[in-house]
Write a protein that binds this ligand. Structure first.
Ligand code: GDP
Length: 298
């Protein structure tokens, strides 16, 4: 646990704002609050969540009669943890067999890597996993997924140049027939220009439902934690189109923009099932609101 927390802390500390810096002065004054507001904005907390946190912190400082900056820091940590709490929820599998998990995300977000890590995580828990290569547009995507399937020694349903929805349908049917616990559906992050990504993804969702009326049981979006407010925009548009059930936030081992989770909590409190803290198979962790708040402020 410690190792990844250190990575997360080191990554978050790269922020030019360095929130902890705000509390090194001798007193609680307007300057401190101004500096805090800028630091939160620099960490990509966004205007709304920053405003919420500022109001909350000022109110609690007043109510508690705090006089030292370090007390403000503790109050901020509590307020931030409270704001992030709704995002802390475990991914539960086992209610359905197979549990069908559709995974979306723009190219480069870390989707394929996250699917590889998630496969290992599920396999470590004793689940049998089947991968579906429903990004049929890019040969490289299929090959990448096959590599992760190999590394995890799990089966993959893949078809060169096939229709993404048809591959997904086949995979869910195969998952049922082979008694798998989980079917993970990898989807495209970009399409040839004449096709509309959201329409394709909605179609996959519809067709998966034909293979199993209760599926997909989870629709996850992978976002790059480094992209700050851009990640929030992606959450909005994918959620509008697909009704997301969870998020995986990647690259938190090297970012200054971890505040975006506060913005997500404020606007679209979709559970963060996992965070990515590196490129290796084991660099996937469950999200803990309090730990994350403390890392952001350390
Ligand atoms: P995709 O296009 O969304 O499938 O993205 P990939 O899974 O291919 O990842 C894009 C790049 O990000 C690769 O170089 C990955 O190694 C890297 N990457 C993915 N997740 C993480 C993470 O949590 N931390 C770091 N540092 N790099 C990551």
């Amino acid at each position: 646990r410690q190792r990844w927390l250190d990575k997360l802390t080191a990554g978050l500390r790269k922020t030019g704002s360095n929130i902890s810096q705000v509390f090194t002065g001798g007193q609680i004054d307007d300057q401190l609050y101004e500096d805090l507001e800028s630091a939160l904005l620099m960490a990509d907390t966004g205007v709304k969540a920053t405003q919420h946190l500022m109001d909350e912190v000022k109110r609690r400082v007043q109510a508690s009669g705090a006089t030292r900056p370090v007390q403000v820091k503790n109050i901020l940590a509590d307020s931030l943890a409270q704001l992030l709490r709704p995002l802390q929820k475990p991914l539960v599998i086992g209610e359905h067999k197979p549990t069908v998990i559709m995974v979306a995300g723009v190219n480069g977000a870390g989707k394929t890597t996250s699917i590889g890590k998630l496969t290992k995580h599920l396999a470590d828990e004793g689940a049998t996993v089947l991968l579906a290569a429903a990004d049929t547009f890019r040969a490289a995507a299929r090959e990448q997924l096959a590599i992760w399937a190999d590394r995890n020694t799990v089966e993959i349903v893949s078809q060169e140049g096939g229709d993404p929805a048809a591959v997904s349908f086949d995979a869910v049917s195969a998952g049922r027939a082979r008694g798998k616990d989980v079917v993970l559906v990898d989807t495209a992050g970009r399409l040839p220009t004449q096709l509309h990504l959201m329409e394709e993804l909605k179609k996959i969702k519809r067709v998966v439902q034909k293979a199993d009326p209760s599926a997909p049981h989870e629709v996850l979006l992978v976002i790059d934690g480094n992209t700050g407010q851009n990640a929030l925009a992606q959450v909005r548009s994918f959620d509008d189109a697909l009704q997301l059930t969870g998020l995986i936030v990647t690259k938190l081992d090297g970012t200054a923009k971890g505040g975006v989770l506060a913005a997500i909590a404020q606007e679209r409190p979709i559970p963060v099932y996992f965070i990515g803290v590196g490129e290796k198979l084991e660099d996937l962790e469950t999200f803990d609101a309090r730990e994350f708040a403390l890392a952001l402020l350390s």
